[in-house]
Design a protein around this ligand. Structure first.
Ligand code: TNX
Length: 718
């Protein structure tokens, strides 16, 4: 009797009217929920709470709830979700509402439903069965990439309106479409449904090179003559020194060119890869398409690789299918405007599993990014193995909580993994720049070694966003010993010339922690600082940086980088500063010019990709982030109106940042990054004279179609 009772309790869902009835710990523990009230859909809605706070949710029974709209991204990338019962009165399902719910096995769409948004169930790789009870309009890619799909049952004699991409990737041989008797013929003919009966016609005929490429090349010249058909036996001919590019070329061809329908009829085509030392820029390339094949010449292997990335986009054509049928004869000459095009990833606040980290590289390389910056330490975690100090990852790489999300977040990268990552990224001509923060944003290390901070204070690992008042102690020799040992190991793992030292958000009020510290007071004395209040504490930071910069330069030949703060009146020669703060770009640029320093452009107004792209977009709940629209990202002038001399002497590159306080799944990194990272890639690569917002929007469409086909998620709210 007791046993039966217990079982019933365990099996039955917890019934509540709305999410606000549960305490934070109850949300974190919830596995089966039945909601019966009127569900909220904006702000910290019932849906946002189910998605972000109930990280263990298996079943969401909404059948008794009152809810006409399932919002965009409602259950985006919820990997624990196995079962959903939709509300009886639901009218629409938002775009990407169930994107990559990889355990969802079955879904029934109620009669009331009138619309299923774009990519709503895309990449639900366990979804076996779909039942459609009404006639909702089905959006683009709504049921794309469903590799486990076996049955689609539609109970309407009229086929619901669908797009040719609704069931993209459908495996006809394995999926059974069940429709009411007598209506099959209508389905055979209906757009979006004919895919169940025969291979779709390729609409993607002749590539229009003017509308295919992001970032836009310097010069595209189309030539007379027969177009190059793509359905050919391709052979790659690579010059010496281009073995890696040869492998990459084969990968590109394999991914794009479908199995030859008629191998006997298909002729040969060659893809020739060569070096041309007469080109001006190391990353420059020339790509020529003739009726016989394609030739790519780069000044270096990197240039050849970028030519290949352009060729891949030509093959993709208008994006209505994986590959176009033909490319017109043409010549493209191309070279980058800036030499460092970077995306920054933050595995501290939310850990990024190693395989996911690797997977990020090929996607950014497509758009000619060449640097990934890894923010490896912060207040919330230490994420890189240091052999000398195993305690760092033992004690500071696992915690519960990121603001209101009471979720366990743990993991770190071994040195072996990082070496593998560096080698992998190099195949895509992406260098890896590690960042170890100092003197702020370093609570995880301080937690493990209290004597790193003033007065050897015991501090817990931070589980919220924001800025801590506990800084490294610049007056203690242990700080230098510790950092020196860490950098010795890092120098061995990361071959990049660059190393990032952080340096942000350690100004007022945080640096007040140095005022009453005996070691800091002694250091002030040695430096001849006579003030006893906090007014010159920033000079201690300068001292710390000077010492570390010297070590990195003289011992490891590295070029140090740091986030620019206005306290730094002097930038150490040869360093790179990052202009990141909203509203302070001009000042940062002037400081760079005055110090003859290089500067990375990643101003908050354009480049903070962790911020929402539109009002109500993810992350709906955050610490007060401004909105950065796609247009705003696109409008960034990397030279900030400072003229040619600045561009030549000081401009280092363009970077987009993906801080992860509010990014709680690997998929959501892409969601935040794209399409704004496409805009920034053009900012960093293309000449100003070639850039136009309207033209960019045209070229964006095929890129985004291709991303959806490949299962890459991005924000559609532009
Ligand atoms: C400020 S940007 C920070 C980071 C946060 C970010 C959130 C910078 C150099 N510091 O610690 O993660 O804002 O957008």
């Amino acid at each position: 009797m007791t046993a039966t009772l217990l079982l019933t309790v365990q099996l039955s869902a917890q019934t509540i009217s709305s999410m606000n009835e549960l305490k934070p710990e109850q949300k974190a523990a919830a596995t089966d929920l039945r909601l019966t009230g009127k569900l909220s859909t904006t702000g910290n809605s019932d849906f946002r709470q189910m998605r972000d706070l109930c990280y263990q949710l298996h079943t969401a029974d909404l059948s008794g709830a009152d809810c006409e709209v399932i919002p965009n991204n409602a259950f985006h990338s919820r990997h624990a979700l196995e079962k959903v019962l939709l509300p009886d009165n639901v009218k629409s399902i938002g775009s990407q509402a169930f994107f990559a719910c990889t355990r969802l096995a079955q879904i029934t769409l109620p009669k009331s439903l009138t619309r299923v948004g774009d990519a709503a169930f895309s990449s639900c790789s366990a979804l076996k069965e779909i039942t459609i009870n009404g006639t909702p309009t089905l959006g683009e890619f709504a049921f794309a990439r469903l590799s486990a799909l076996r049955i689609v049952r539609v109970n309407s004699t009229t086929p619901p309106v669908a797009s040719p991409s609704t069931f993209d990737g459908l495996d006809r041989k394995r999926v059974k479409l069940i429709v009411p008797k007598g209506s099959e013929i209508k389905y055979r003919k209906a757009a979006g449904w004919s895919i169940f009966f025969s291979a779709p016609d390729n609409e993607n005929k002749l590539c229009n090179p003017q509308e295919a490429i992001v970032p836009i090349p310097v010069k595209i010249q189309t030539l007379e003559g027969t177009a190059l058909t793509t359905e050919r036996h391709w052979e790659v001919l690579a010059a010496e020194g281009l073995a890696n590019e040869c492998t990459q070329a084969e990968r590109v061809l394999r991914a794009r060119i479908p199995k030859l329908k008629n191998p006997k009829l298909a002729g040969h085509a060659t893809l020739t890869l060569g070096l041309d030392p007469s080109l001006q820029d190391d990353e420059a390339y020339v790509l020529e398409v003739s009726a016989k094949g394609v030739e790519i010449h780069g000044k270096t292997a990197a240039g050849v690789f970028y030519g290949l990335m352009t060729f891949d986009q030509l093959l993709r054509g208008d994006g209505s299918s994986t590959c176009c049928e033909a490319i017109p004869q043409l010549r493209i000459e191309d070279a980058p405007r800036t030499h460092i095009r970077e995306l920054m990833l933050d595995p501290c606040r939310t850990f990024i599993p190693f395989d996911e980290l690797k997977a990020f590289i090929p996607e950014m390389a497509r758009y000619k990014y060449n640097t990934v910056h890894l923010h490896l330490t912060d207040d919330q975690a230490w994420r890189i193995e240091i052999k000398k100090y195993p305690e760092l990852t033992e004690k500071a790489s696992a915690r519960v909580g990121m603001d209101d999300m009471l979720v366990p977040i743990s993991g770190y990268y071994t040195q072996e993994q990082m070496k593998e990552f560096v080698a992998y990224a190099a195949q895509y001509h992406v260098q890896v720049v590690p960042e170890i923060e100092m003197p702020g944003h370093e609570v995880a290390a301080i937690h493990v070694f209290p004597k790193l901070t003033c007065g050897a204070k015991q501090v817990p690992i931070r589980t919220t966003c924001g800025v801590s008042d506990n800084l490294l102690c610049p007056g203690s020799e242990f700080t230098y010993e510790f950092l020196g040992n860490v950098f010795r190991e890092l120098a061995d793992i990361f071959p990049s010339r660059y190393i990032h030292l952080g340096g942000d958000e350690a100004g007022n009020p945080a640096l007040g922690c140095w005022t009453n510290c005996d070691s800091c007071k002694a250091l002030k004395k040695r430096l001849g600082i006579t003030t006893t209040d906090r007014s010159e504490n920033w000079r201690l930071q300068q001292y710390l940086f000077d010492r570390m910069i010297d070590t990195l330069r003289t011992q490891y030949g590295k070029t140090p980088m740091f986030w620019y703060e206005t306290d730094f009146k002097k930038i150490q020669p040869g360093c790179v500063t990052f202009s990141w703060r909203h509203g302070l770009t001009k000042q940062a640029l002037q400081a760079a010019v005055a110090n003859n320093a290089k500067i990375m452009l990643c101003p908050g107004e354009h480049c903070y990709l962790d911020y929402p792209m539109a009002a109500g977009d993810m992350p709906e709940i955050n610490w007060g982030m401004p909105i950065i629209s796609l247009k705003k990202s696109y409008e960034l002038d990397p030279a900030w109106g400072m003229g040619e001399d600045f561009e030549k002497n000081n401009l280092f590159g363009v970077a987009g940042t993906l801080w992860s306080e509010c990014i709680n799944s690997p998929e959501r990194i892409y969601y935040q990054a794209y399409p704004r990272a496409l805009a920034l890639s053009e900012v960093g690569w293309s000449p100003a004279s070639k850039r136009s917002w309207d033209d960019f929007l045209k070229r964006l469409k095929p890129v985004l179609n291709d991303m959806q086909r490949r299962g890459i998620t991005f924000s559609k709210q532009f």
